[in-house]
Design a protein around this ligand. Structure first.
Ligand SMILES: N[C@@H](CCC(=O)N[C@@H](CS)C(=O)NCC(=O)O)C(=O)O
Length: 215
């Protein structure tokens, strides 16, 4: 049995980010598939995530939830390539992108675009997509992509110096745009960002971590 266990649901973008971190570090782990219908069950709230979310990690009796905390823990507790820069400015920049992901990118990209567009397929929002919410998300995401474009503007390969948790967090959310018809408008017109996304998501860690959603 692996020392590490990751509890996440299949569609979880944060779960994917945690899996990519584990793969980058070469940490063997087992997966527990959480049924989204169980997220507010007393057992899930008590044993997995008290706010009814995923993912959560268990390592030798240590239980940690919140993806940024999981990612930092895995990076610091295990050997393997460092995923956080030593340089203080690069480190602060990485932290900035992780926070931007949680505060702004996830709600717009996953909450308002991807979940709405996939609603009929995954049964979210009673299977009904709200076109107004989708339309409202596009300028918000465009602004976020423009900021990423500025960060990569001087020919940088990654968001915070070398490849880091910043790239994992931001790319994980942004890659879900490809599941929507808005992909052409949002990423098709931004080759620098599309190339960065490809650079990050073509890493072996992503290939190992990715789920086949079947659509
Ligand atoms: N702040 C949490 C957010 C995790 C999160 O929102 N996870 C999503 C899946 S990607 C979830 O559990 N959604 C279920 C829900 O909100 O009901 C983290 O960083 O781990």
């Amino acid at each position: 049995m692996a020392d590490c266990i990751l509890a996440a649901s299949k569609m979880s973008s944060y779960g994917l980010a945690a899996r990519v971190v584990l793969e980058e570090k070469g940490v063997p782990y087992e997966r527990i598939a959480v049924d989204p219908a169980e997220l507010d069950s007393p057992r899930h709230l008590a044993e997995v995530h008290p706010f009814g979310k995923v993912p959560a990690l268990y390592h030798q009796g240590f239980h940690i939830y919140e993806t940024a905390a999981i990612a930092r823990y895995v990076d610091e507790a295990f050997d393997g390539p460092a995923l956080q820069p030593d340089d203080v400015k690069a480190h602060a920049t990485m932290q900035k992108w992780i926070n931007i992901t949680g505060q702004y990118i996830y709600p717009a990209v996953i909450g308002d675009l991807v979940m709405q567009r996939l609603a009929p397929k995954i049964g979210a929002f009673d299977g009904v997509m709200n076109e107004e919410v989708v339309a409202g998300s596009v300028p918000v995401i465009s602004h976020q992509l423009d900021l990423i474009g500025q960060a990569l503007g001087d020919g940088a390969d990654f968001l915070a110096g070398d490849f880091s948790l910043a790239d994992i967090f931001v790319a994980t959310m942004m890659q879900y745009i490809a599941l929507t018809p808005e992909n052409d408008e949002l990423l098709g017109s931004r080759p620098t960002i599309a190339e960065w996304l490809q650079r990050v998501t073509s890493r072996p860690s992503y290939k190992a971590a990715a789920y086949d959603f079947g659509f």
